[in-house]
Write a protein that binds this ligand. Structure first.
Ligand code: PSU
Ligand code: MN
Length: 301
């Protein structure tokens, strides 16, 4: 076991006994939703995973310790502190650990810590990707590089079109990351079931998701796999409305000179403001939907 890693007693015992475990990220708690809905959602997601017969392992950095499995108090703390918690991607990890500080883990760092703990499945909302205008800004999320190197299956609802979805798919192809549509041929775009882009493969069962991931590891190919699970129809949003909000958010970010790690949290918060409470309700539902699928897959692995 890594010297910086702490498993909660429940996660440690599940791992020891080979029970199914699902990793969850914490940037979605601190930066992805407002308080108190963020804490309520984090706890509901954990509950959904339990109902699916798996053990939830919410991941974060607390006082420099890499945590897999948080207490309710720790989740409440991260949710209340919100964006004041450092958003921690791969490059931030060593500094936070050496300084014994707190960090909310992105998809990239959640994958790193999950892999250290031996957890293979991770459920979240959206992943980072290639930003629009990356030809000049070079803003490409470290999440993509992590999917290329760390052996964890990430189950998400696709990516928001705050990103350049076409370039994101090209990047993942280059890096050898399979992009799977769960029950769909089309890449979902988080709030909507359609994006106009195709996934690499459609898979319809948790069994086949598990078998594909196992084959990738058994061949020594390493790296992860991206499963995109469309938001349930009844919660999906009107594409025109959501895309108008995204375009406005992107132009605001440009005008304000937002860049680097602030870009994604800024855009997420701005889109949420522009669309009111509707997008938050959809966001919560799609995360629960991904948690259900992740628990099913964890049971097959
Ligand atoms: N996209 C979303 N919701 C999120 C994120 C992205 O729709 O909460 C968060 C995730 O934690 C993701 C991170 O890993 O933002 C990506 O940030 P960046 O683009 O700076 O790598
Ligand atoms: Mn970035």
């Amino acid at each position: 076991m890594n010297t910086y890693l702490d498993l909660s007693p429940e996660v440690a015992s599940a791992m020891q006994q080979g029970q199914p475990v699902v990793a969850l990220e914490s940037t979605i708690i601190s930066h992805g939703m407002p308080y108190p809905q963020n804490v309520e959602t984090a706890l509901r997601v954990e509950q959904t995973i339990r109902e699916g017969g798996a053990v939830p392992a919410t991941i974060a950095i607390i006082k420099g310790r890499l945590k897999a499995g948080l207490t309710h108090e720790e989740i409440e703390y991260l949710g209340k502190k919100g964006p004041l918690v450092t958003k921690a991607s791969r490059r931030d990890l060593p500094v936070l650990v050496a300084r014994q500080q707190d960090g909310a883990t992105t998809v990239a760092t959640t994958m790193i810590i999950a892999a250290l703990a031996g957890i293979k499945v991770f459920a979240t909302g959206g992943v980072g990707g290639v930003h629009r205008g990356a030809e000049t800004t070079m803003d490409i999320s470290a999440d993509l590089e992590e999917l290329a190197r760390t052996p964890v299956m990430v189950i998400c609802a696709g990516a928001k079109s705050i990103l350049d979805l076409g370039l994101t798919l090209e990047y993942l192809e280059t890096k050898g990351v399979p992009v799977i549509g769960y029950g769909t041929e089309e890449l979902p775009a988080f709030y909507t079931r359609k994006s106009g882009f195709k996934v690499d493969y459609r898979i319809d069962t948790p069994e086949e998701l598990a078998a594909t991931f196992q084959a990738k590891q058994a061949m020594g190919l390493g790296g992860g796999m991206l499963v995109t699970n469309p938001i349930p129809e009844e919660y999906s949003m009107d594409p025109e409305r959501i895309n108008a909000a995204i375009d406005e958010a992107i132009s605001d970010a440009k005008r304000l000179g937002i860049h680097g790690k602030e870009t994604t949290p800024y855009l997420l918060a701005r889109v949420k403001d522009l669309t009111g409470g509707d997008s938050l309700a959809s966001n919560i539902q799609l995360v629960l939907n991904n948690a259900r699928l992740a628990a099913q897959v964890a049971n097959k692995l």
